[in-house]
Write a protein that binds this ligand. Structure first.
Ligand SMILES: [Zn+2]
Length: 371
């Protein structure tokens, strides 16, 4: 077995190049420089920076800022290194494993191509399902924050915070029974006559004044909130956003570029504004929402009666168009909700006396002292 290799030693800046003889030992390399100097490089301090391909010279380096290097052209050096110092084999490239490494690289490249191909052949919907579980909650929160800045900026919110405070209290009550909540929930009420509510990824629910004013009781509002909470908890809104995002945002997401994700605020706000969840998601949010209401001791009747009102009057109200487009108040839906709520008899404490609700719900548009 060959034990000595010729090579070059490089040190200093600019690097001087001196011929050397390198001997492989079990614990390190013994390097004899032509001028008589002897160097001892323990394996644990050596890193290989070149020589990963056939014919490429092997470059070994040691040291920090001003590093020294040894160059060896004969790549049988690496093979013998593996045999003489097997316990350090992982620090060095192994030519016999080269074929396997090439295969891995090819598979990795195929994987990247595969994602792009999947985009075209299966489309983003399939990819969204794959991606969502891997999106960290912290990104979702950042994404949500940037969407909220467009959707419900401070100037657009109701100046009177009574409704928002009540809604936040309801959310706290609804989520009290849930263990390990991944989100910090927040409710914002905007001064807009549209009948609508939105679930923003990361934990914010945006209520429109028009919807609040259309509810006949706090139980109805709780029903809407429970439904929207489920869209967030089950990451429906996150899923829908990814599904409709442009490829550049998707790539930012895949690459872990948090700034790229945060910059989609205005597009995200527009998307969520007219978002239509799949029927499956709507049914899930209804069913789990009813469970949530019951677990919190709130009558699910409110959720049902709100949809009944929408079914009866909604089509004559231009403000309701958006909500109805995204939440069709069909007979089938109402029927399902009724059968779900009858399955379990929940505790039912009244949330707020109804006569007060008529006053409270109009607080947003009521003239305040400053106006
Ligand atoms: Zn919904």
């Amino acid at each position: 077995m060959k034990t000595e290799w010729g090579g070059y030693y490089l040190a200093g800046r600019p690097a001087g190049r001196k011929p050397v003889t390198v001997r492989i030992m079990r614990l390190g390399l013994h390097i004899d420089v032509m001028n008589g100097e002897s160097l001892w490089w323990p394996h644990e301090e050596i890193r290989q920076t070149q020589g990963f391909y056939p014919g490429e010279q092997v470059r070994l380096e040691r040291g920090g800022e001003i590093s020294e290097a040894v160059l060896i052209t004969d790549d049988s050096f690496l093979i013998n290194l593996q045999q003489i110092a097997p316990q350090w084999a992982k620090r060095y490239h192994s030519p016999p494993l080269r074929a396997r490494r090439v295969a891995r690289t090819v598979y990795a490249a195929a994987g990247a191509v595969g994602i792009v191909a999947a985009l075209y052949f299966w489309g983003i919907p399939a990819l969204a399902t794959l991606l969502v579980p891997y999106v960290p909650i912290s990104w979702e929160e950042r994404l949500g924050e940037s969407v909220v800045q467009y959707l419900a900026p401070k100037a657009a919110r109701c100046s009177d915070s009574t409704v928002a405070q009540i809604a936040r209290g309801l959310v706290a009550q609804l989520t009290a029974a849930e263990n390990n909540l991944p989100y910090k929930f927040h409710v914002l009420v905007i001064d807009n006559p549209t009948i609508n509510a939105m679930a923003v990824p990361g934990g914010t629910i945006v209520l429109f004044r028009g919807l609040v004013e259309k509810t006949a009781s706090p139980e109805e509002l709780a029903g809407v909130l429970a439904h929207e909470l489920q869209h967030i908890l089950r990451r429906h809104s996150m899923h829908a956003l990814i599904q409709h995002l442009s490829t550049s945002y998707l790539l930012a997401l895949v690459a872990g570029d948090a700034n790229g994700v945060a910059s989609l605020g205005s597009d995200g706000a527009k998307l969520l504004g007219g978002l239509r969840y799949s029927r499956l998601y709507e049914e899930e949010a209804d069913a789990k929402g009813v469970e949530m209401l019951m677990a919190a001791g709130v009558k699910p009747d409110g959720m049902i009666s709100f949809f009944e009102t929408m079914a009866k009057e909604g089509h004559d109200l231009p403000e309701a168009l958006q909500f109805l487009a995204t939440h069709p108040a069909t007979e089938n839906r109402i029927h399902k909700l009724k059968s779900l709520s009858q399955k379990r008899a929940g505790a039912t404490t009244k949330l707020i006396p109804a006569h007060n609700w008529e006053e409270i719900k109009k607080k947003c548009s009521a003239p305040t002292a400053t106006k």
